[in-house]
Design a protein around this ligand. Structure first.
Ligand code: SAM
Length: 353
């Protein structure tokens, strides 16, 4: 059965070089056949690949991109359900994960408790179907604690939790066992970076492995102070700073954000990013202390129930007021993603007078 996929098209003469570049950058979907047609080669790309990653991989080579049908290279099971239909009862098949997170060359599955005894079979079947991953991990429990990490079990492939993840052409060193990272925030990382103006001073209060800081410094001549209490996260950020051509500067800092901000002069920053949804509300006074009049706070929170936008508006107005400042405008409030059943990760951009 054919599948519609993104492609890169080049002239046949450039085929081998292009294939090698796409394989080296881990963009080619090896599960589908390359198509030869009228002097051109069409290379199938992995579904999550974005245009900047292709531009970077093919670095100056001429190509055309689009979508078309491709045939699979192997005839075999295409889904976990198909692969495991003889190995578990049908009511259990319905519980198999239908989606997964892709972080660099690591696939992360969320396997329900009821399938606990089948995890090895699930890992091996997943690896047989998707041959582009080095490692298949399963989430173990919820994100928790000060560093917002969780445990993972290796289901198949290499025994590792460290990889390089690419978002909008930004390369990010990630180690899931020791520092927070979510591939689901890429649109936020890019959205905030797009807003930053040249020469801005930005405080990324809970930088984690630094995706906001890296997106900004890759795009803008700016200065980002990237703070996190987790030394492992800052070590990974420092690795990523060597992986990307940056036009701005990043100052990585291992510290508690309260303590660090207390040492800064008042009104030193044009922008503060507060991406710690379970804890940011405790730090609003710090952000208000360090933000210039007219500066912007990107504030993240988890909210459930009716009208989370209204709740967030009310909450931020009260928090900023209690910190002795006023919200001049809220140009944007939105739901970033579902964080739990009936709960959203929310963001509000707050202009503070
Ligand atoms: C949700 S994660 C950060 C995500 C990151 N901004 C991103 O986009 O990937 C929250 C981070 O806050 C850090 N953190 C928690 N408490 C902190 C504190 N008091 N001071 C500084 N960082 C803190 C954690 O170590 C964690 O890396």
């Amino acid at each position: 059965m054919s599948t519609k996929k993104q492609y890169v098209r080049v002239r046949r003469e450039q085929g081998e070089e292009t294939r090698q570049l796409l394989v080296a950058s881990k963009l080619l979907d090896l599960d589908y056949k390359i198509v030869k047609e009228q002097g051109f080669l069409y290379f199938p790309l992995l579904s999550e690949v974005d245009r900047p990653s292709v531009d970077e991989a093919l670095n100056g080579h001429e190509f055309k991109a689009g979508f078309r049908e491709f045939q699979p290279t192997q005839v075999g099971p295409r889904t976990l359900e198909e692969a495991l239909k003889d190995k578990m009862p049908s009511e259990k098949l319905e519980l198999l994960p239908r989606a997964y997170d892709l972080i660099g060359d690591i696939a992360v599955l969320e396997i329900p408790e009821e399938l606990e005894v089948y995890v090895t079979e699930i890992g091996l079947a997943f690896q047989r179907i998707h041959r582009n991953f080095s490692t298949v991990l399963a989430k173990q429990g919820a994100i928790s604690g000060l560093t917002r990490t969780r445990e993972y079990a290796v289901l198949a492939g290499e025994n590792k939790t460290k990889t390089i993840h690419t978002e909008y052409g930004v390369r990010i060193a990630v180690d899931l066992a020791v520092a927070y990272f979510s591939p689901r925030l890429l649109e936020e990382h890019n959205r905030v970076a797009e807003q930053v103006q040249s020469r801005e001073s930005v405080l990324d209060m809970f930088t984690g492995v630094g995706p906001f800081a890296l997106h900004i410094a890759k795009k803008r001549v700016s200065h980002v102070v990237a703070v996190d209490i987790n030394a492992n996260a800052i070590k990974l950020l420092k690795e990523s700073m060597d992986l990307n051509p940056l036009v701005g500067t990043i100052e990585p800092v291992v510290s508690d954000a309260h303590e660090y901000v207390r040492e800064l002069s008042p009104a030193a920053m044009d922008r503060v990013i507060m991406n710690h949804p379970s804890g940011a509300s405790d730090f609003i006074a710090d952000a208000c202390h360090v933000l210039k009049p007219g500066g912007i706070i990107h504030y993240y929170d988890f909210l459930g129930g009716e009208d989370p936008e209204g709740q967030l508006r009310k909450k931020t107005v009260e928090l900023v007021k209690a910190a002795g400042r006023e919200i001049e405008q809220i140009p944007m409030i939105r739901r970033v993603r579902d964080s739990a059943p009936y709960e959203h990760q929310m963001v509000a951009d707050l202009i503070i007078s």
